[in-house]
Design a protein around this ligand. Structure first.
Ligand code: SAH
Ligand code: SF4
Length: 367
């Protein structure tokens, strides 16, 4: 039944207006509806008390307000991290994570796809294959659920990062609609600087994002040269580093922040040597950027180990010595498998996963 109902979270501002027009409603009703959905975050039509009763009934017959079933929630007091597992109407499972920082930031890390087709060899999501894109509403709803949770505690969701499961830029249209809803003043109202898209480097889509919806951008770099990056992040074979760096330079011109964040997962003995750091300095010379080193989060059978802390520090020092602002991500939520790359809500596409494994085995493992 739910499949035939319109998910209101899927609709952009313009589409909500079109729906109200179709129902012969005055224009201001779209704004009222958006306020109920995103400002008050109500879960039922009955709660929308300033909409006429017949309109509420019509909406209830034609539309739904999201559609997640929360299957599990894990909370780690130690790292102030909450992970939630949701079941979608078609039984796919996805995960999102809320991180609460001491400086007051409340950041939702949300998924954009069930699974991921990119096959990065150090990533749990990448190892399970791709099931499907999430709709715009399914992306937005993850943020809404955490915002409701926080508001119940007198807090507010301040940041959203598209760093959960999936490659956001391969689900471009839905991601852009979701971003527009989260940024829209009538709706959610997050600032562009506080919403970050993280990509493995889909070069043409980076240009499209810059033109359509320039939000903060993080790029998963992970290697300073094409030979190594080809192995770790297979999409590099299609969009090599020279193209990626050029796309980053173009992006910065329109970005709400004047730098790109490069994410770099620290893999013991693979990409964590002083010469890798020096090569990164040369590679990124012409890109205004900051580095975020991510200690590798292990998962079963990954074949990788995290670099020891002193090596991570030495790596950071080399980058910093060249004037590159470098932070090392504190691993959050590792105790509940909510850390980067550990999100592995099961997907149904097992065939794909097996194929992927065979392909990687053929390509040779870098570990
Ligand atoms: N698909 C997007 C966003 C999601 S992944 C991307 O790749 O950018 C978010 C970040 O976590 C990426 O930088 C990703 O490379 C990193 N990551 C993936 N697996 C990891 C792991 N096991 N340990 C640490 N970081 C990981
Ligand atoms: Fe996909 Fe990102 Fe994982 Fe690569 S690191 S497999 S792009 S989720």
């Amino acid at each position: 039944m739910t499949e035939t109902l319109i998910n209101l979270y899927d609709l952009s501002d313009a589409e909500l207006s079109a729906l109200m027009a179709e129902l012969n409603q005055p224009a201001f009703r779209a704004k009222q509806l958006a306020e109920w959905l995103y400002k008050h975050k109500v879960a039922t039509f009955e709660a929308m008390t300033n909409l006429p009763k017949p309109l509420r009934e019509t909406l209830a017959a034609r539309a739904r307000i999201g559609g997640f079933v929360q299957v599990a929630e894990q909370h780690s007091a130690e790292s102030a991290t909450t992970k939630r597992l949701y079941r979608l109407p078609d039984a796919q499972l996805i995960e999102s994570v809320l991180m609460e920082y001491e400086d007051g930031r409340r950041t939702a890390c949300i998924s954009t796809q069930a699974g991921c087709a990119m096959g990065c060899v150090f990533c749990a999501t990448g190892q399970m294959g791709f099931a499907r894109h999430l709709s715009a509403g399914e992306i937005v709803e993850q943020a809404i659920h955490f915002a409701r949770l926080l508001e119940g505690e007198g807090e507010r969701l301040s940041n959203v990062v598209l760093m959960g499961m999936g490659e956001p830029l391969l689900n471009f249209d839905n991601v852009v609609t979701a971003l527009s809803i989260m940024l829209d003043d009538h709706a959610y109202g997050l600032s562009r600087r506080r919403v970050t898209v993280s990509t493995s480097g889909i070069v043409p889509a980076m240009d499209r994002l810059r033109q359509r919806m320039p939000v903060a951008l993080a790029v998963s770099l992970h290697a300073p040269d094409d030979a190594l990056r080809d192995e770790l992040v297979p999409i590099n074979r299609k969009y090599p580093l020279s193209e990626l760096m050029a796309a980053c330079r173009r992006y910065v011109e329109d970005a709400p922040r004047d730098f790109i964040t490069f994410e770099y997962v620290m893999l013991d003995g693979v990409n964590d040597q002083p010469e890798h750091a020096r090569a990164l300095i040369a590679l990124t010379r012409e890109v205004p950027c900051k580095f975020n080193l991510i200690p590798f989060n292990p998962f079963p059978d990954s074949g990788f180990r995290c670099s020891p802390p002193e090596r991570v520090r030495a790596f950071a020092n080399i980058l910093q010595g060249a004037g590159l602002i470098t932070t090392t991500r504190k691993t959050r939520g590792a105790d509940i498998d909510a850390a980067c790359g550990q999100l592995a809500g099961r997907v149904q596409d097992r065939t794909r996963r097996v194929l992927r494994r065979m392909e990687l085995a053929g390509a040779g493992s870098p570990a």
